[in-house]
Ligand binder design. Structure first.
Ligand SMILES: Cc1ncc(C[n+]2csc(CCOP(=O)(O)OP(=O)(O)O)c2C)c(N)n1
Length: 386
């Protein structure tokens, strides 16, 4: 994909400035106000702490539009729902009720809740194989997700995708993708389509730090910046790509700094703080909707569990895991709500009871749902005429 969209016939592709302005103008209303060539591109916004080393537990200040008390409670509700869903999945997996791969999101819930809570229904979301939290926070019904884990026809991918391939076109949730970095070109295409149709929608592309090492990452950031696409790159930097720690793979471990070199605003965010994630996302999305072009958030987070259920997790120290658990986003937000007088232990217990009831109902429905019949085995291999 090297041709700028809707380039008028005969126009030269040489000269980045000329190509960029022309392409941007024709791509979207947002791009009708292309960023001034002299505008500074910062790795961190002026009011955030610059973060150099990722191992030093960096905590940039919260910055962006405020999150109301009611929204804070919703963040907590969503995180509890995701955590308890996955804890139940561990039990279901251990008892072999669900099979295949299982990549847990436990510890990273602040990102899904904070980021996706800010979006509109018309916006698009592209996820990774660690996708349960993203799908739940996006509003994919839990029944459809649980049925997918069980491989039932009532699953959101008709039972054919499983844990790594949750998909719901109606909610503009475009996967679930087993390929590291595979969602980046999909998201770039979605954002390009929305820009060309002038829908005003923003696409959010979630991916891990491992994807930054892929060629697609660099191609997509370049094109998104060149064409000023309405695209938010959301890198979940949990510091490990399977068993490989960030600094064994990347010469420059400040991923926001690397992203900024493509000419888009990029900054790190405390990904263990749902409020910080929500504020940063709101700020980025407002900028994108206002015609500011793509943004990049480096959400610094941590997974408390192994890479997947098959991983012995021998590559990181227990002390490191325990250290990160002290920043668990759920008790952290709960304590903050209590301190503000907005919340009590009983309120939290009520959220847990509600989440458990939703999970119980989803399991009951999944277990009662049919498996795919043999007669459907070769369906959906090629596109079907309706
Ligand atoms: C293109 C590609 N290369 C390698 C793999 C094997 N693989 C699966 S997960 C993974 C690590 C990815 O780490 P990251 O992107 O940081 O995501 P995280 O698991 O930390 O959420 C790798 C290398 C793959 N699935 N796809």
């Amino acid at each position: 994909m090297t041709t700028a969209p809707r380039r008028p016939a005969g126009e030269s592709a040489n000269g980045a400035r000329r190509g960029r302005k022309t392409a941007a103008k024709s791509v979207s209303k947002a791009a009708a106000k292309p960023r001034a060539e002299s505008a500074p591109v910062a790795a961190t916004p002026a009011d955030a702490s610059p973060v150099r080393a990722h191992r030093g537990v960096p905590v940039p200040r919260r910055s962006g539009a405020p999150i109301t008390p009611a929204e804070r409670i919703e963040l907590l509700r969503q995180m509890i729902r995701i955590r308890r869903f996955e804890e139940r999945c561990v039990r279901l997996y251990s008892s072999e009720a669900i099979r295949g791969f299982l990549h847990l999101y436990i510890g990273e819930e602040a990102v899904a809740a904070g980021l996706l809570g800010v979006l509109e229904p018309a916006d698009a979301v592209v996820s990774t194989y660690r996708d349960h939290g993203h799908a739940l926070a996006r509003g994919v019904p839990m029944n459809a997700i649980m049925a997918e884990m069980y491989g039932r026809t009532t699953g959101c991918s008709h039972g054919r995708g499983g844990s790594m391939h949750l998909f719901d076109a109606e909610r503009r949730f475009y996967g679930g993708n087993a390929i590291v970095g595979g969602g980046l070109p999909v998201a770039t295409g979605l954002a390009l389509a929305d820009a060309m149709r002038d829908t005003g929608a923003v696409t959010v592309c979630l991916f891990g730090d491992g994807a930054v090492a892929e060629g697609e990452f660099h191609e997509c950031l370049n094109l998104a910046a060149l064409w000023q696409l309405p695209l938010l790159f959301a890198c979940e930097n949990n510091h490990y790509a399977m068993g490989t720690v960030l600094e064994h793979e990347h010469a420059v471990t400040d991923l926001a700094l690397r992203a900024a070199s493509y000419g888009l605003p990029a900054w790190p965010v405390d990904g263990m703080d749902a409020i910080a994630v929500g504020m940063a996302t709101r700020r980025a999305v407002e900028s994108i909707r206002g015609g500011g072009g793509p943004c990049f958030l480096e959400l610094r987070t941590y997974r408390f569990r192994a890479h997947s259920m098959y991983d012995a997790d021998r590559y990181r120290a227990k002390t490191e895991i325990e250290e990160w658990k002290t920043r668990d986003p759920i008790p952290r937000l709960f304590d903050e709500l209590c301190a503000a007088g907005d919340f009590t232990l009983a309120d939290r217990a009520a959220l847990e009871v509600a989440a458990d009831a939703e999970i119980d109902a989803a399991i009951t429905a999944a277990e009662a749902a049919p498996l795919e019949p043999i007669s459907d085995l070769t369906r959906h291999v090629y596109a079907e005429r309706k």
